[in-house]
Design a binder for this molecule. Structure first.
Ligand code: PEP
Length: 323
């Protein structure tokens, strides 16, 4: 893979105190706005049912929406959520030490007490899985490589993936934000940029979640978000392909709520949000989802109907199929 040198963005000579962040973008994605609700380890059967009723009462337009209940409530959510809501698991298993040159990491059912495999999610027709959330990385010691394997394995089983990347406050303050994120992306690209089975496209969503903004009420500024998103897209263009860079949806996550979502949705490289706390309030979450309209208006284009775009590669890594 080609290495890129990144220089810190230079402020224009007469920049206003808060420059319109969308000017930072070199290119914007073409994907449909996608919002995820990460319910984490919250709720009870009763509260999940109430939340689902609130979500079903909302009206959604031109947006893909994925909610991730705890495993035990996935079945209930699948049975009761109305379209266009889709459901995600918050994690799935792959054996960390397993080496698989085919990048499939298959046969992952077995003696792994307490785990849930991608095969099982596929069996229950759970369409999405969130992988590499910072809480999994920090609390459960998931390395970049481990997350990359999980993504490959989940994709092999046909799951769409939201893969989370992001830096700690310390890493940001020491100027390492993009190094950290590029390492996380590289571990994914190494595994899923595989000739036999892998496919990027709209089924791999990248969620940029600065760890210092998760659950803290501290939101990254629009400038910080746009800057990182544009660099992630550039990284995909340089290291995977231009097509994948344009098709990949990049979400922002970190204290997004019904009040701050509109300002962020205007950014050209924000293709949606991954929402924690505010996704537990049905009405607020529906409002956040519907900032898709704000986004399309700000970037001056209509949403695409063909929301699923898949890329496959031949043995030489050349793009052979787009559907
Ligand atoms: C998250 O955990 O993915 C998240 C973004 O949480 P919050 O919205 O609560 O910051």
């Amino acid at each position: 893979m080609r290495a890129r040198t990144l220089e810190p963005p230079r402020a224009p000579a007469r920049a206003p105190a808060r420059a319109p962040a969308r000017d930072v973008a070199a290119r914007a994605g073409r994907g449909r706005f996608v919002v995820g609700g990460n319910w984490k380890c919250h709720g009870s059967r009763a509260s999940v049912r109430t939340l689902i009723e609130e979500l079903n009462a909302g009206t959604l337009k031109d947006v893909d929406v994925v909610v991730a209940p705890p495993f035990l409530y996935l079945d209930d959510a699948m049975a009761t959520l109305k379209a266009p809501y889709e459901v995600a698991a918050q994690n799935c298993w792959v054996e960390p030490g397993l080496v698989d040159p085919t990048h499939r990491y298959d046969s992952e059912t077995g003696a792994f007490t307490g785990e849930v495999s991608a095969e099982m999610l596929e069996d229950l027709r759970i369409p999405w899985v969130i992988l590499g959330h910072s809480e999994r990385r920090s609390l459960f010691g998931e390395s970049n490589e481990f997350v990359g394997k999980k993504v490959a394995h989940a994709r092999y089983h046909g799951l769409s993936v939201i893969v989370c990347v992001g830096e700690t406050l310390e890493e940001r303050e020491s100027g390492k934000t993009m190094d950290v994120i590029f390492s996380q992306l590289k571990a994914v690209a190494t595994e899923i940029d595989d000739k036999e089975h892998s496919s990027w496209g709209s089924q791999v969503v990248i969620a940029y979640e600065p760890i210092w903004a998760i659950g803290t009420g501290k939101v990254a500024t629009p400038e910080q978000v746009q800057d990182v998103h544009a660099k992630i897209r550039q990284w995909l263009a340089d290291n995977v392909s231009e097509e994948v860079a344009l098709a990949t949806r990049i979400q922002y996550g970190g204290s997004v709520n019904a009040t701050n979502c509109s300002e962020l949705a205007r950014l050209s490289d924000i293709d949606g949000f991954l929402v924690g706390g505010a996704s537990l309030k049905g009405e607020d979450f529906v409002k956040i989802c519907n900032t898709s309209a704000v986004h399309y208006k700000a970037i001056g284009r209509k949403p695409r109907d063909d929301s699923v775009v898949t890329f496959s590669f031949d043995e030489d890594g050349e793009l052979i199929d787009t559907k």
